[in-house]
Design a binder for this molecule. Structure first.
Ligand code: 8YV
Length: 317
């Protein structure tokens, strides 16, 4: 019996193991291996029923429309702003992501960024490596973290893990999101501007995409203020990066810790010259354990679709 065709658009984990698992139920086309990807896509487009994809290989409506038999899109990562999910749903195509398995690692990295930014860890390390300890100017004193006020924008699964970890730092937590969560153990702040005015530290943990684009604008950044610290572990698009750079350069914002940027992997050069900024290359989920769990969940979604017609972790909106 011929197997349904799956289009794998990006490499995942240990290639041999991944391929062997997918080949149990699919005829797999590894698109990224093709010398001419357009030709390879044209050759298989009329029989592809499932696609494995991720943030580095966007799935807009035009691509979905090129695949008339498509029934499932299985994406690597929890964020799905790189997929036209509404368009897929209108055509009856299921879309899955990899929720939950990365919550701990992204929340852990958030705390790494909070501490590195407030306590000048990266700056201090550069200072030691440059031989300035004992020879150069003194490092400026840092900002205390414990006991401060933490505002969280977006209290989803990751936002909650970030908030849980704040207990150890004896911090006062409030959050803002589209609506209050009745089961949340932290006070809801209906105005993002007010949250920024109140907070010492503000963490962006909301979804990306058009609904949240530039939610953190100049007014919000200025409300956080010259002593405020802004952390972003979600999507660069949520913060107006031009306004952020301007505020950091002009002392209207104290400091920023960023794992994500508007035009990744491009990072504005002006940010690289500032010592009150910590810059990371989108590594929130990048541990051996979590990346393996993400790959495993992508494969389980694809195989569940082949075996039952349903993915395991569908995106429902
Ligand atoms: C990326 C992420 O998927 O899950 C997400 O939404 O942003 C990350 O885990 C990962 O970095 C691959 O690009």
């Amino acid at each position: 019996m011929t197997k349904p065709t799956l289009l794998q658009r990006l490499p995942l984990g240990q290639q041999a193991d991944t391929l062997a698992r997918l080949e149990q139920d699919f005829d797999v086309i590894q698109l990224w291996q093709a010398d001419d990807q357009d030709a390879a896509l044209a050759a298989c487009k009329d029989r592809v029923v499932a696609v494995v994809t991720g943030p580095s290989t966007p799935t807009p409506a035009e691509l979905i429309d090129k695949l008339p038999q498509l029934k499932a899109i299985c994406s690597f990562g929890v964020g799905y702003d790189h997929i036209d999910v509404d368009h897929a749903h209108k055509k009856g195509i299921q879309v899955s992501n990899t929720p939950d398995v990365l919550n701990d690692c992204v929340a852990d990295l958030t705390w790494g960024l909070i501490l590195a930014t407030a306590r000048h860890i990266s700056h201090a390390e550069r200072y030691v490596r440059a031989g300035q300890w004992g020879n150069g100017p003194r490092l400026p004193l840092a900002t205390k973290v414990s006991g401060k006020k933490l505002g969280i924008l977006g209290l989803g699964r990751i936002g909650r893990e970030i908030a849980e970890r704040a207990r150890g730092f004896k911090m006062d937590v409030r959050y803002h999101s589209r609506r209050a969560h009745q089961d949340a153990g932290w006070p809801y702040e209906p105005s993002l501007l007010e949250l920024a005015r109140w907070a010492d530290f503000m963490v962006v943990a909301t979804v990306g995409g058009p609904t949240t684009r530039h939610l953190v604008n100049q007014a919000v950044i200025e409300a956080l203020g010259p002593k405020g610290v802004l952390i972003n572990i979600s999507r660069g698009s949520v913060i107006d990066e031009t306004a952020l750079v301007h505020a950091l350069e002009n002392g209207q914002l104290g400091a920023a810790g960023l794992d994500v940027f508007e035009a990744e992997p491009k990072v504005p050069d002006s940010l690289k010259h500032l010592d009150n900024v910590v810059l990371l290359p989108h590594i929130g989920s990048a541990t051996v354990e979590t990346r393996w769990a993400m790959v495993d969940l992508v494969l389980r979604n694809a195989l569940a679709f082949a075996q039952t017609g349903q993915v395991l972790t569908p995106i429902l909106n």
